[in-house]
Design a protein around this ligand. Structure first.
Ligand code: PLP
Length: 361
């Protein structure tokens, strides 16, 4: 068996120790005589595990007590529709800052329920930079301001939480949660599909300031109600138990490795290596994102022609570097360097890039 270096954007690489533990416990978990995926989510063992996972995630990210943590199905995209239903009155204004593909999806999912206001839009600049904060047109009557903390396709990332005044800031952290320390208290809601940086697909983390759960929102079913999920410890209906378990193993692994401060160091080192290789390639490799807005997690880049892009993808795959093909929306190459991607992967990629340029440049 050879496990290649995996640069997939999501679902993405998991830490090998996590996969090994999941494998070892697949048939029988925790002395219960069955797999974790075969037992009731209401059993004492599962409930205890879920409570421990929440405690571990609170420690890892630094989540204050006045925030609830939900573990839900439906992915990040579903949260984009549930947030207007839970936190905005029908037709109320919501401000969106558009920094790439996922900001636009957030608008699309919210549009049936609220008055979408685009506070700033980076599309005319090809999403090569964050719209400057000074130019955002925020509305005092907005239910919340939505940003995408890291744009997984365009490779644009906020260096820190923008100041939006009194209106709560909601942020899609799907592709950058736990990649470095963040100040949770700057946000009203933080949400993330787990499949980039927290574990497997099929489970989504929503961190919500508890006072927001008291907002009436608009007519919706109980199953779409965050407060109901919070009141029932994310077990309003059958949760994705296996995914929750693997997420728990991944969070424990991150804590054991040194937590978000350590991953911040590693992620800075990996991304610096790759950007330096791109910028030092004499124009053979190109990433046009403004340096302050460059993502540490997802690094899109282009070769001089689409033919060379294709050749690069094919040759890198043959060399044991997986999933470097860029997203179809922008083409080119994309390397995702999430927490589970080791420094050696970035080093191998840079060595391959140098060799490829020598042969084809
Ligand atoms: C992957 C991703 C999503 C979509 O997540 P799903 O779980 O597929 O709904 C949303 N936002 C960002 C930033 C992403 O990277």
């Amino acid at each position: 068996m050879t496990r290649a270096f995996n640069f997939s954007a999501g679902p993405a690489a998991l830490p090998e120790p996590v996969l090994r533990q999941a494998q070892a416990e697949m048939l029988e978990w925790h002395g219960v005589g069955a797999s974790v995926v075969e037992i009731s989510h209401r059993s004492a063992d599962f409930v205890e595990m879920a409570a421990q996972i929440e405690a571990d995630l609170r420690t890892l990210i630094g989540i204050p007590d006045d925030y609830a943590v939900l573990f839900l199905g439906g992915g990040a995209t579903t949260q984009m529709a549930l947030q207007p239903l839970n936190f905005a009155a029908p037709g109320q204004a919501v401000d969106f800052v558009v920094s790439g593909h996922w900001s636009k999806i957030a608008i699309k999912q919210a549009r049936p329920y609220v008055d979408v206001r685009v506070a700033a839009d980076g599309e005319s600049g090809g999403f090569r930079d964050l719209p400057p904060r000074a130019q955002w047109q925020l509305s005092a009557d907005a239910a919340y301001v939505h940003i995408t903390a890291n744009e997984t396709i365009h490779g644009v990332e906020y260096p820190d939480a923008p100041d939006v005044g009194q209106v709560p800031l909601f942020a899609d952290f799907s592709s950058s949660i736990a990649s470095r320390p963040i100040d949770v208290s700057r946000y009203g809601v933080i949400y993330a599909g787990a499949q980039k940086n927290l574990g497997p697909v099929g489970i989504t983390v929503v961190i919500v300031r508890r006072d927001l759960l008291e907002r009436a929102g608009q007519p919706r079913a109980d199953i779409f109600t965050y407060a109901s999920h919070a009141a029932r410890d994310s077990m309003l209906n059958t949760p994705p138990t296996w995914n929750w378990y693997v997420l728990g193993l991944t969070v424990k692994w991150m804590l054991g490795e040194g937590g978000v401060e350590e991953f911040a160091r590693r992620n800075a080192a990996k991304s610096r290596l790759l950007y330096t290789a791109i910028d030092g390639s004499g124009g053979f490799y190109r990433n046009e994102v403004a340096p302050v807005a460059r993502s540490r997690m997802n690094i899109p880049f282009f070769l001089p022609s689409a033919e060379l892009d294709g050749l690069f993808v094919a040759e890198s795959k043959a060399a044991g570097l997986l999933a470097l093909k860029g997203h179809k929306a922008i083409g080119g190459i994309r390397a995702s360097l999430y927490n589970a991607v080791p420094l050696e992967a970035a080093q191998a990629l840079v060595a391959f890039m140098d060799d490829f340029r020598r042969r084809h440049g």
